[in-house]
Design a protein around this ligand. Structure first.
Ligand SMILES: O=P(O)(O)OC[C@H]1O[C@](O)(CO)[C@@H](O)[C@@H]1O
Length: 494
């Protein structure tokens, strides 16, 4: 073999200096970096966040938060194990715990992402196609944060879904129930206002009614928005008072917090959409169980009573997801414990009656088909919503029939915007790509308290100032956005 160092071709070429004076000037900003057709889960429209990025919340989440969350999940399962008496179930659950410990090892030693085992769930094909096409050879820290974090929750589900007796076990269920029962002040603040059917003043003219409806819309949308501040995955060490502060629902507090809504389309949503809607269909893509779900339901109740909607679809998760997301069990738990439970030992009889009155009405909505709870497998995948029309066309066509789709919370916002380093000033419509521009894309609202890096639809100067003066503002949950896209009416063509 020729010595590479002395071979003629290894000599550096002599330097040629080009004069480029007549070419167009260099640009420094290219937006978006990738056009929709070149975007894929490993290559979002702007550079992705990844676990190894120390500048991003991805790093703390993948490195510390996820192992802590998994450790608590193991503790919960051991508690259940200690309460079990049947030998076959005990042996079966012990294996689930061993699988969780293996997952912990994979996470802490940053293993490559393997395929999901076939546990008969409707999402296995979607997961494995995405892993095979885009994440082969990637590990927890260098895969995109959105995918790696979602993948961890799917692997956690697999620990149970391949068991015999514990397929639907929810390691976060105890915690979810617990926060709702610790939210009594805000729970009764709302139930005592909204238990009685909503009515306009007797002499009110149509104009008065519209004005009153606008005010209620403004305030209830904010109640629904700030209900998202109580997120179990972040509030592990919260005191009762901290929770109370986050949940204040009084008018004064709302006026104060409206200043913290950095991108605020509330008026636009009312003027162009909600005020014109009569007997429409509204969809909620839910986020957290317990108090946030309760706020969503209070809001949905008013949307029905005011005649704005006659059908509400609630989209939840099929299994335990990002700690506190709503599953069907959480949904039933909320309505039934409001109706029959004894969660609030210090509440007065009249407060408890208000809660039961509301629960009875909500259950009736369900029986009448005015409220529909759904759980499409796509919601528990690692795909961003840019992929919703192509990966879940049935779901897209279903959403296209809605008059308004409200996406709750931070994770939904991350998935709408592809969870990448989008400049803050990029308009919401651009940031959500096909969910705004695809044929049939429905009107979409994002109600989000900001708890992770990606922020769009916000004045760039304000975002830059906060980056400089208030480090941590992107993950504190102190700020929020209410962003709206009108969509692209027409026949869906996913
Ligand atoms: O319940 P939310 O509002 O979706 O928030 C979930 C939290 O978890 C994260 O996914 C990070 O783990 C962030 O999106 C956010 O901090």
């Amino acid at each position: 073999m020729a010595d590479v160092k002395t071979h003629a071709s290894s000599k550096p070429p002599s330097r040629t200096i080009l004069s480029l004076g007549n070419l167009p000037p260099k640009r420094t900003q290219f937006e978006p970096v990738r056009t929709a057709s070149r975007v894929d889960p490993e290559n979002p429209p702007w550079p992705a966040y990844r676990g190894y990025h120390k500048f991003s919340f991805a790093n703390a989440t993948m490195g510390q938060r996820l192992p802590t969350i998994l450790g608590k999940a193991i503790d919960d399962t051991i508690r259940t194990l200690n309460e079990e008496y049947d030998e076959t179930r005990i042996v079966d659950l012990t294996k689930c715990i061993e699988r969780m410990q293996e997952l912990m090892k994979d996470l802490q030693t940053n293993q490559n992402l393997r395929v999901i085992k076939d546990d008969g769930e409707g999402d296995v094909a979607m997961w494995n196609k995405e892993i095979a096409k885009f994440f082969r050879g990637k590990n927890f820290m260098n895969a995109t944060w959105l995918f790696a974090e979602a993948y961890k929750y799917r692997r956690l589900h697999e620990c149970f879904s391949i068991s015999q007796h514990w397929k639907d076990y929810d390691v976060f269920f105890r915690q979810k129930c617990d926060t709702f029962s610790r939210s009594s002040t805000a729970v009764f603040e709302l139930s005592t206002r909204f238990a009685e059917p909503f009515e306009y003043a007797k002499q009110a003219s149509d104009a008065d009614k519209l004005k009153a409806a606008k005010l209620v819309f403004h305030e209830l949308t904010q109640v629904c928005l700030w209900g998202n501040a109580t997120d179990l995955s972040l509030l592990i060490n919260m005191t009762e008072d901290d929770i109370k502060n986050l949940q204040s629902t009084g008018g004064e507090h709302l006026a104060e917090t409206e200043k913290n809504i950095l991108g605020n389309d509330l008026d636009k949503i009312w003027e162009t959409k909600v005020s014109k809607l009569k007997g429409g269909r509204i969809d909620f893509v839910l986020d957290n169980a317990g108090f946030e779900l309760y706020c969503d339901c209070v809001y949905a109740d008013w949307l029905i009573q005011s005649g704005i909607a006659n059908e509400i679809h609630f989209h939840g998760k099929r299994f335990a997801w990002f700690v506190s997301d709503v599953t069907r069990k959480d949904w039933s738990w909320l309505l039934n414990s409001m109706m029959y439970g004894s969660l609030f030992p210090n509440a007065s009889d009249s407060e408890l009656a208000s809660l039961r009155q509301m629960a009875a009405r909500w259950k009736k909505y369900e029986q009448e088909g005015k409220w529909v709870y759904e759980q499409h497998p796509f919601w528990c995948t690692g795909y961003a919503y840019w992929s919703l029309p192509s990966e879940a066309p049935d779901l897209f066509i279903h959403l296209a029939e809605s008059d308004l789709v409200i996406f709750k919370g931070d994770l939904n916002a991350r998935r709408l915007c592809y969870d990448c380093q989008t400049p803050a000033s990029i308009p919401f419509e651009t940031a959500i790509g096909p969910m705004s521009s695809a044929d049939g894309a429905p009107p979409v609202v994002s109600l989000r308290t900001v708890k992770s890096d990606v922020v769009v639809g916000v004045d760039q100067e304000r975002a830059d100032k906060l980056d400089k003066e208030e480090p941590g503002w992107r993950i504190s949950g102190k700020y929020a956005v209410v962003l709206y896209s009108e969509g692209t009416p027409g026949e869906p063509n996913p």
